[in-house]
Design a protein around this ligand. Structure first.
Ligand code: DQA
Length: 144
């Protein structure tokens, strides 16, 4: 099963970015962890700091009907463009699982709002790399 695992701004810096919050693993390390722990998923891992690129990738997922695991990073909290893109997945009946490494609800107030969650199939947050693993496992169940 093809799954797009899409990552927003600053997630390319994982490993050195605020390790006390996000851990010491890079995004590539998380990709390797997914390949090892969920071998049934053909994960394509992508990261961009660019909102327009992320929106295009969601459009691609809609057109190709590929389920998405999305860590929208800071865009979670304010990108209506990303939400509107994600809404098209919902319309198409293609699963979208929102993930976060940290638990945004235990952090600053501005992180308590997600403009994405309302159009996601579900949300997994607070479990580091296992947030991604759980999301990929759930996508496999949703499309089985
Ligand atoms: C994050 C949480 C967001 O609030 C933050 O802007 C990120 C990462 C997470 O994975 O915990 O960049 O999405």
């Amino acid at each position: 099963t093809d799954i797009l695992v899409l990552n927003g701004p600053n997630l390319g810096r994982l490993g050195t970015r605020e390790p006390e919050v996000y851990g010491s693993e890079s995004l590539a390390d998380i990709g390797a962890y997914l390949a090892e722990t969920v071998p049934g998923a053909d994960v394509q891992l992508r990261q961009t700091d660019d909102e327009a690129e992320l929106v295009r990738w969601i459009h691609e997922a809609v057109d190709r009907r590929i389920p998405v695991v999305l860590n929208p990073a800071a865009f979670t909290h304010y990108s209506y463009a990303l939400r509107d893109a994600a809404a098209q997945l919902k319309t198409a009946g293609v699963p979208l699982v929102e993930v976060h490494l940290s638990n945004p609800h235990s952090r600053e107030t501005f992180r308590h709002t997600s403009v994405i969650s309302g159009v996601a199939s579900g949300v997994i947050a607070g479990f580091g790399r296992d947030s991604y693993r759980l999301a990929v496992e759930q996508v496999l169940r949703l499309v089985a």
